[in-house]
Design a protein around this ligand. Structure first.
Ligand SMILES: NC(=O)c1ccc[n+]([C@@H]2O[C@H](COP(=O)([O-])OP(=O)(O)OC[C@H]3O[C@@H](n4cnc5c(N)ncnc54)[C@H](O)[C@@H]3O)[C@@H](O)[C@H]2O)c1
Length: 340
């Protein structure tokens, strides 16, 4: 880290939809950060994003990027299957890392990251659960923390995508989409997930009739609260994510986020975002700025951590098992290390 300017030199791994957005945000919008390196399996994509970031250095090998002395911190936005290996390499190099969700593909892989971080005795890993930085979600969290709705007893979450990946599976919908909602339930209720039960339906036969593109997840939480999550990846009309937390003295609900109400032709209309890049535009920027600030000011991230990445994966695996068995699935009780 260059002490004089305190600018954090960031290397970006994966320069697709998410990585490209993060790199551009770091370059254009984040104070105290500079994109110095970009790596993507698609060299042309890496070149393009690097060129947009003041000609950052292009790497063809992610491990080389992580090892490079001029890289202070690493942002991982490559495909899910690559995350755990790259995060472990960052830990070996003792570099701060913001890893897109999911932290790993299996909870067992995430456990290895916990073990490595515990050994270092210092937090190095933040997971890209960006809803923690979305003003709507933060408003709900604040209402709970300040006692405005009494004791929270029920979380209701909904998550709709315009269209699924044509090759998706029920399990991939859980690890790719539902994992955000599992994390939201834990975060907003402040409780761990004890039991999951998934029901589902196929609304788009082109996906294959075994693929549940509509999933309803019921959760029992460790403090006795309940949760329901609707994930519909084939909603066609737009991208929407929302939560309501019901408490013993009121409820807190995320509102609509599009900026304007339009009145014309005998109608009152409001646009709906197309995807997560639009809906969570501000959250991604705030997430990055707070990550950079935390590295500058204390050297440890303050956002969603390895434990959050691990327990959300445990719950995701239980959901996948529930889909397979058709039965509710209990999670093995986990003791959160004091470190987290
Ligand atoms: N937090 C969020 O809201 C959010 C939203 C979308 C995606 N994501 C996550 O971000 C990650 C990237 O998703 P995306 O939508 O940008 O996908 P994408 O397909 O648009 O981009 C992935 C990029 O990784 C590159 N790549 C493939 N293999 C690689 C490797 N071994 N090493 C380095 N690069 C490699 C690809 O060439 C591609 O450019 C995923 O883990 C996904 O789950 C998070």
């Amino acid at each position: 880290m260059s002490k004089a300017s305190q600018t954090i030199a960031v290397g970006v791994i994966g320069a697709g939809g998410m990585g490209g957005r993060h790199a551009r945000n770091l370059h254009e919008k984040i104070a105290g950060a500079k994109v110095v390196a970009v790596m993507d399996a698609d060299g042309a994509r890496a070149q393009q994003v690097a060129a947009e970031c003041d000609d950052a250095q292009v790497f063809t090998d992610a491990h080389q990027l992580i090892e490079t002395a001029t890289v202070d911190a690493v942002l991982i936005a490559s495909p899910d299957r690559t995350h755990a290996g790259f995060v472990l390499e960052c830990l070996r190099q003792q570099k701060q890392v913001l890893c897109e969700k999911p932290l790993a593909v299996t909870a067992a892989d995430a456990q290895q990251i916990i073990a490595a971080e515990l050994k270092l005795g210092r937090k190095f890993v933040q997971v890209g659960f960006m809803r923690h930085y979305d003003p709507q979600h933060v408003g709900v969290k604040r209402a709970i923390e300040t006692g405005k709705i009494g004791r929270p007893v029920l979380f209701k979450g909904w998550h709709r995508n315009i269209a699924p990946d044509p090759n998706t599976t029920s399990a991939e919908i859980v690890t790719g989409s539902t994992i955000h909602d599992l994390d939201s339930a834990r975060w907003l209720l402040g409780e761990e997930i004890e039991e999951v039960y998934v029901r589902g339906a196929n609304t788009n036969p082109a996906l294959g009739k075994d693929v549940w593109d509509l999933q309803i997840v019921q959760l029992t939480m460790s403090g006795g609260s309940l949760a329901t999550i609707e994930v519909y990846v084939n909603a066609t009309y737009g991208y929407e994510v929302g939560v309501e937390v019901v408490g013993t003295q009121g409820t807190a609900l995320t509102g609509f986020t599009a900026p304007a109400l339009i009145r014309n032709q005998l109608a009152l209309t409001q646009t709906i975002e197309e995807d997560w890049l639009q809906r969570f535009d501000l959250a991604y920027i705030t997430e990055l700025q707070q990550w950079i600030n935390s590295i500058q000011h204390g050297g440890q991230p303050t956002g969603p951590n390895t434990w959050d990445g691990y327990t959300s994966l445990l719950a995701a695996e239980a959901c996948i098992e529930s889909i397979r068995s058709g039965q509710p699935q209990r999670l093995e009780a986990q003791a959160r290390p004091a470190f987290y």
